[in-house]
Write a protein that binds this ligand. Structure first.
Ligand SMILES: [Zn+2]
Ligand SMILES: [Zn+2]
Length: 280
């Protein structure tokens, strides 16, 4: 089995529309995929229909950013994309992202990098975010690459960084559960946290309903086994995916961890059982 359970589309900050991503998944010989856009479920129906046509097993997903400046990403699998709890959360988050994007653009202007705000918003078909600003900066020639835009301006501690409002992780986990989803902690290595800080958080989040950890993520290459052991210790489900956004990102290609994820078949069966339970 070749699986990729972490994929972004134009519904958030990926550059390929849902239908195109599914066609690409077919070319990469993936049998099971999940579309997990940031803070929206609007890409799911298009991807689901395309996956049905191409006979790829499709799991509806989402990736919600919690935690404020320390970005904690929680994946939700098997969610009902129309759940009221999600819609309410996403519309509040969208308002906040618009405010934040405007604040970042203002800072950039003060720093001598003015951007056409309307064009930035228009380039985001769904959820607007820093990647859209970064791409606009590259187009304007302010920086050579998207990564440079983050490194010099947009990352935490850099001059155009604007804090996010804090969203409690346990709250996000409960909302995903309410929406019929299986909550999974995305790419824990990106939390950049020593184990002694992470372990008590994992216990708390487990109490709130967290059911899994994303072990097979490109940033965790070389440490898959240690993340597996941690997942086992908590009785967590194991998932994996490429976190694919665009060809110009460091994340690697679509399906990029499929070959590493040897236990995908069992793990996905486990996930599907949990999704089945959540539906009842
Ligand atoms: Zn993420
Ligand atoms: Zn992601």
């Amino acid at each position: 089995m070749r699986a990729d359970l972490h994929i972004h589309t134009t519904a958030s900050d990926g550059i390929f529309p849902p239908e195109a991503i599914v066609a690409m998944a077919k070319e990469h010989n993936l049998n099971v995929i999940a579309v997990t856009d940031h803070d929206t479920t609007s890409g799911i129906s298009g991807a689901q229909a395309a996956a049905n046509d191409l006979q790829i097993t499709f799991i509806p997903g989402v990736e919600i950013s919690a935690g404020g400046d320390l970005e904690i990403h929680v994946l939700g699998y098997g969610i009902n994309p129309d759940a009221k709890s999600l819609k309410t959360l996403f519309s509040a988050m969208q308002d906040e992202r618009i405010m934040r994007t405007k604040a970042i653009l203002q800072r950039l202007e003060q720093l001598g990098c003015p951007l056409d705000s309307e064009a930035v918003f228009a380039s985001a078909m769904g959820v607007v975010g820093r990647p859209h600003i970064a791409r606009a900066m590259v187009e304007k020639g302010y920086v050579p690459t998207v990564q440079d835009a983050f490194r010099k301006y947009l990352s935490k501690g850099k001059p155009a960084f604007v804090s996010r409002e804090k969203l409690d992780t346990a709250h996000v986990i409960r909302i995903l559960t309410e929406a019929g989803g299986v909550p999974v902690l995305a790419h824990p290595t990106l939390l950049n946290m020593p184990q002694e800080h992470l372990l008590p958080l994992l216990s708390q989040w487990k109490d709130a309903g967290l059911m899994g950890i994303e072990v097979y993520h490109p940033t965790q290459r070389g440490a898959f086994d240690s993340w597996r052991r941690l997942a086992d210790r908590f009785g967590f489900l194991i998932t994996g995916g490429s976190d694919y956004h665009a060809p110009d990102r460091a994340d690697g290609p679509l399906g990029g961890v499929a070959a590493d994820w040897q236990t995908a078949e069992n793990d996905i069966q486990h996930l599907q059982t949990l999704i089945g339970h959540a539906l009842q």
